[in-house]
Design a binder for this molecule. Structure first.
Ligand code: HEC
Ligand code: HEC
Length: 286
């Protein structure tokens, strides 16, 4: 229940009620009865709806959790995931490497459970982003099966060997902060945690990490982990930059990295516009 509801002005003690005269007291029951009857009729349709409305979970976190559980129970089909990924490639690129300036995150090689949770969160409104939201809705992305499929496809893509890095000026400080505040959840190599759907951070673009960290610290990212929010309270701007610079330099395991100059053969005729305006990719071969 929203805090405002609890905080609604409630006088601590009510003033003594003035006495009514006998005639007025006589009129009260009939008037009260009339108004009660009228109210009951007006309330009927509302009352009839109440049980159904109460069963509908409209808490975004609960909706997202229910979808996460549904998706996790399915067997993913990465081949269909490739077809679904066509829409995503417009922004995340066919390699799913995003952009080094952090506008688009690298999603290639991210843990499958993390991709599922983030997509479920976006479409339930548990994580807000105006670019991502319209592409997460069922009419574009599809239902739980398509979500499972695209997550499986993205998770197995090799990662960029050249992600965006920080300035490299405070790496010793960054390492000690990481060891003290992050390692328990995100892992010694920034590998994340599949079971707990904690994101892998290794190889992610520094600018993207900076933006997410800020949104988590400020509470703007609704799905933030409350224990993480506690850990990062009081981080100065210099400490934030140092720890994320260090994090962006954590290397994913060699077998997860693509060779230099790799392009995704699943999208052979994807047009990359030199002017920076990305053309709509053609359909992948069937
Ligand atoms: C219009 C551009 C656009 C399209 C199309 C798009 N995305 Fe995104 N996506 C973004 C942006 C921007 C973000 C970062 C959001 C933020 O900053 O909070 C993002 C974030 C994500 C994340 C969260 C990554 C993380 O580590 O936090 C996942 C997963 C993701 N997208 C998957 C997909 C998939 C799968 C599709 C296709 C169904 C898709 N995206 C289509 C723009 C797009
Ligand atoms: C208590 C566990 C915990 C700790 C400690 C923690 N995190 Fe996180 N972090 C998470 C979880 C869980 C998420 C994903 C939340 C969600 O969206 O479900 C996350 C998300 C993130 C993200 C966004 C990643 C993405 O792809 O969207 C960044 C960046 C991040 N953490 C950095 C850090 C750094 C740096 C530290 C240490 C200073 C840290 N975290 C400490 C649990 C933790």
């Amino acid at each position: 229940m929203p805090a405002a509801f609890h905080n609604a002005a409630r006088p601590s003690c009510s003033p003594a009620r003035p006495r009514m005269d006998a005639a007025a007291a006589d009129r009260v029951p009939s008037q009260v009865g009339y108004w009660l009857l009228l109210l009951a009729f007006m309330a009927l349709p509302v009352l009839a709806q109440t049980p159904a409305a109460a069963e509908t979970p409209d808490d975004p976190a609960a909706v997202a959790q229910a979808e996460y559980d549904a998706v996790m129970a399915l067997t993913p089909d990465p081949e269909n995931g490739r077809r679904v990924y066509l829409t995503c490639a417009v922004c995340h690129l066919p390699e799913a490497w995003g952009s080094t300036d952090g506008t688009y995150p690298q999603v290639a090689g991210q843990l499958r459970t993390v991709i599922i949770k983030q997509l479920a969160d976006f479409r339930a409104g548990n994580r807000a982003n105006p670019l991502m939201y319209p592409f997460s809705v069922p009419s574009i992305l599809g239902g739980p099966q398509e979500l499972a499929d695209v997550a499986a496809y993205v998770a197995q893509l090799p990662m960029t060997p050249h992600n965006g890095l920080g300035p490299g000026t405070d790496l010793a400080l960054g390492e000690s902060l990481y060891q003290e505040h992050c390692v328990d959840c995100h892992g010694p190599e920034g590998e994340g945690d599949m079971r707990e759907h904690i994101p892998a951070l290794a190889g992610q673009h520094y600018a993207y990490l900076m933006r997410q960290f800020e949104q988590i610290a400020s509470g703007e990212r609704r799905n933030a982990d409350s224990k993480m929010t506690e850990q990062i309270q009081g981080f100065t701007a210099a400490e934030q930059s140092a720890v994320l610079d260090y994090t962006s330099r954590l290397r994913p395991p060699a077998e997860k990295l693509a060779p230099d100059g790799w392009t995704n053969p699943d999208f052979p005729s994807f047009v990359r516009d030199a002017a920076g305006i990305r053309a709509k990719p053609p359909a992948p071969p069937k």
